[in-house]
Design a protein around this ligand. Structure first.
Ligand code: NPQ
Ligand code: MG
Length: 373
């Protein structure tokens, strides 16, 4: 593949269909950065798109929209030798510490453009064999248990095959017990604390054991690998890491330490889809179950995640819900849908989506030209 050039950085604003509350805050709408790259093939230009999963504020991780935009324009762009191949992006940006979400968005746009130029799908590139993947849903913290049960009931009616409940101190044992009672013993259920607890809560977290959960995700701080290993030793519920997993090295260490019995893989958090595949390969070799996380993506990131999640090591259901779970209208023409509890792996060139240019323009709040001519 011949490489691509960055063409534009765009920021959009999209309202969520309903507020989404986690232990780190409540989100009612989302600002999202998109990158467009161009690849030339036989005199034709192919557009590729990348989505940056950084949030509006540095509350899930240190990255956020404005910082990522500045990083891309002032630090990443000058270091890239263009046209650049997707496989070279991480190497050319290695001198920049951190900023995995900004780097991932760049690699993603280049990869999409390159694959479209040669008419290959991302699924083919990865070598996946599954054509659909099971779909799970992440359910936010609600104002009351009644409202939570209504929400969960609605998602089960929509066909989701696995429920994840957001928890925090004061919203954990009771809502989890109520949902387990509602759904019965057969529905796969898991919880995510987004780092809201500390080591002093280990005994309390062990009380989740009675609800037969698939896993407890990121209960402690991002840098507290040892604390997670302590919890894993004390609790029957498997400990899953999300925020802590920032690289292949950290993933190896966390597994070795017994801190990561299950791994939530998010390409943006580890610097891109290529690094994500390496972590997937590591987990497959080490027998650690992996599932694909979600970051409230548009149809761009959602399409890419659907293909990634079809790799063999993804033995657990991911946070790969339908676009309409978060958005009234998507920026792609055929939004990701859940049919029979599953999401289809896109088979078109690149990540397989088609941008809805008119709608994209209508939600765009700023465009920066990244081309050098
Ligand atoms: C998680 N996602 O697994 C994340 C957290 C999350 C689907 O639960 C803006 C940007 C809002 C990123 C809300 C899900 C977000 C966000 C939640 C990430 O921990
Ligand atoms: Mg999480």
């Amino acid at each position: 593949m011949t490489g691509a050039r960055l063409a534009e950085l765009r920021e959009i604003a999209l309202p969520l269909v309903a507020p989404f509350q986690t232990s780190f805050g409540t989100q009612s709408s989302r600002r999202i950065l998109l990158l467009r790259a161009e690849a030339e093939q036989d005199g034709t230009t192919f557009d590729g798109w990348g989505e940056c999963v950084a949030g509006d504020e540095p509350t899930y991780s240190a990255e956020y929209v404005d910082a990522a935009a500045l990083t891309i324009t002032t630090q990443i762009l000058p270091r890239l030798e263009q046209p650049v191949a997707a496989s070279d992006v991480a190497g050319e940006l290695a001198a920049i510490r951190g900023h995995p979400m900004a780097k991932a968005a760049v690699e993603m746009a280049v990869l999409d453009a390159e694959l479209r130029a040669v008419g290959r799908s991302f699924a083919e590139f990865l070598g996946v064999t599954r054509s659909r993947v099971p779909s799970g849903v992440s359910v936010g913290i609600h104002g009351s248990i009644g409202e939570l049960l209504d929400a969960v009931g609605g998602y089960l009616a929509d066909g989701y095959v696995r429920i994840k409940l957001k928890i925090e101190p004061g919203w954990d044992l009771e809502p989890v017990a109520a949902v387990r009672r509602l759904v019965g013993p057969g529905v796969p259920l898991q919880v995510d604390a987004n780092a809201a607890y500390t080591r002093t809560d280990i005994d309390h977290l062990c009380r989740l054991d009675e609800f037969d959960l698939l896993l407890v995700e990121q209960p402690l701080a991002e840098d507290d690998l040892l604390g997670h290993a302590m919890l894993a030793g004390a609790a029957a519920t498997p400990v899953c890491l999300d925020e802590s997993i920032t690289s292949v090295t950290v993933a190896e260490d966390a597994i070795e330490l017994g801190a990561c019995e299950v791994l939530n893989l998010k390409p943006g958090r580890v610097g891109g889809y290529l690094a994500a595949r390496s972590i997937h390969d590591l987990c497959l070799a080490r027998g650690v179950p992996v599932w694909c996380g979600g970051m409230l993506e548009t149809g761009v990131g959602r399409a890419a995640n659907a293909a990634l999640a079809a790799l063999d090591g993804f033995t657990l259901t991911g946070d790969l819900s339908a676009s309409r779970r978060f958005w009234a209208q998507d920026i792609v023409r055929e939004p990701i849908d859940v049919v029979d509890g599953h999401v289809s792996v896109p088979d078109g060139p690149g990540f397989g989506f088609e941008i809805d240019g008119g709608f994209l323009d209508s939600v765009t709040t700023r465009v920066t030209d990244l081309s050098d001519d």
